[in-house]
Design a protein around this ligand. Structure first.
Ligand code: FMN
Length: 156
């Protein structure tokens, strides 16, 4: 079984990266584990053209395809996101928007291999868990429309 841990922060060596390394160390005991950072991929914003609603493909071809290939190769996907203004960082949101070809609200849509399990981890500086919940909901909403089964979440 393969596990993918996504650092959803644009900071490759920050607090999110630290949490990613802790989770990686745990998962490595049981799974083939790979960690990636959203900052290592170059991709454009979604243009909102909705071409993908009829073609199941994006008109743009960039590193989104590489991230999706990583996700497709994985059985377990852990998204670790910091709070930036009480939400996911813009880079991660831009990636989510670009996943519209895989969104199950329209036909045809692209699909990941079935049977994937998803875990959402949110971290922030402030003390209230409510803000973490909001980020977890964003990740779970994303997982849901890609038909990745949400298994658990953690707010830090
Ligand atoms: C642009 C920006 C906005 C932030 N907004 C919030 C916020 O709204 N609430 C909060 O608790 N922390 C906020 N933080 C703090 C981060 O969530 C926290 O420092 C986190 O550990 C950053 O992880 P990173 O360095 O891996 O990106 C913000 C940080 C940045 C850079």
């Amino acid at each position: 079984m393969q596990a993918l841990i996504i650092n959803c922060s644009p900071v490759k060596t920050g607090a999110t990266a630290l949490i990613v390394s802790v989770i990686s160390a745990c998962l490595k005991q049981k799974y083939e584990t790979r960690a990636i950072c959203i900052a290592d991929y170059a991709f454009q914003f979604c243009r909102g053209c909705r071409s993908c609603h009829s073609t199941a493909q994006c008109v743009q071809h960039d590193d989104v395809d590489k991230i999706m290939a990583e996700m497709d190769d994985s059985d377990i996907i852990v998204a670790v996101s910091p709070s930036y203004w009480a939400d996911v960082p813009g880079q991660f949101k831009a990636f989510i928007d670009r996943c519209t070809p895989w969104c199950n609200t329209h036909e045809p849509h692209a699909s990941l291999r079935p049977g994937k399990r998803g875990y959402a981890v949110a971290l922030r500086t402030g003390p209230s868990m409510r803000e973490c919940e909001r980020i977890i909901q964003t990740i779970q909403h994303f997982f849901g429309h890609l038909e990745i089964e949400t298994c658990a979440s953690l707010g830090l």
